[in-house]
Design a protein around this ligand. Structure first.
Ligand code: MG
Length: 160
């Protein structure tokens, strides 16, 4: 019998000095960067937590603590790859992933296709199994004021 497990993830990073943000493994030019121990890819960090959550394997902070210099500047894609190794070892495969970026700027719509391609490859699924959405908060809250960027992820895993 096939087992199904769902997981969700959420992440936030604060904007700081810089000239780009990494989102979904894609470099997007911007007049701000993000303050982060790693590359600050909120979308891939939320994805890691969704994967770990679905597999019952804890969270990204346990696996890649931001106090550990090994993970300084680590690309979000490398974190997802590390998580996927554990997901596979535990007997799971990804069914689909649905991801949402929350910010006023940068505008991410034009980059969604590229993110989808990167994420599908990382998760070893067809691109049709990956959906990347973007929304604003109508200028409300920290994302609305442009203080930071947030992301949400939901993942379904199947296994036997
Ligand atoms: Mg993060």
């Amino acid at each position: 019998m096939t087992a199904l497990r769902i997981g969700q993830g959420f992440d936030v990073h604060v904007f700081g000095d810089g000239d780009h943000v990494m989102l979904g493994g894609v470099r997007i030019a911007h007049d701000r960067g993000v303050v982060a121990h790693s590359d600050g890819d909120v979308l891939l960090h939320a994805l890691c937590d969704a994967l770990l959550g679905a597999a019952g394997l804890g969270d990204i902070g346990e696996h890649f603590p931001d106090t550990d210099p090994r993970w300084r500047g680590t690309a979000g894609a490398d974190l997802v790859a590390g998580v996927m190794t554990q997901i596979r070892a535990a007997g799971w495969q990804v069914v689909n992933a649905d991801l949402t970026v929350v910010c006023e700027r940068p505008r991410v719509g034009a980059h969604r296709g590229a993110m989808r391609t990167v994420i599908a490859r990382l998760l070893d699924v067809d691109e049709t199994a990956v959906n990347v959405k973007a929304t604003t908060t109508e200028r409300l809250g920290f994302t609305g004021r442009g203080e930071g960027i947030a992301a949400l992820a939901v993942v379904l895993l199947s296994g036997t």
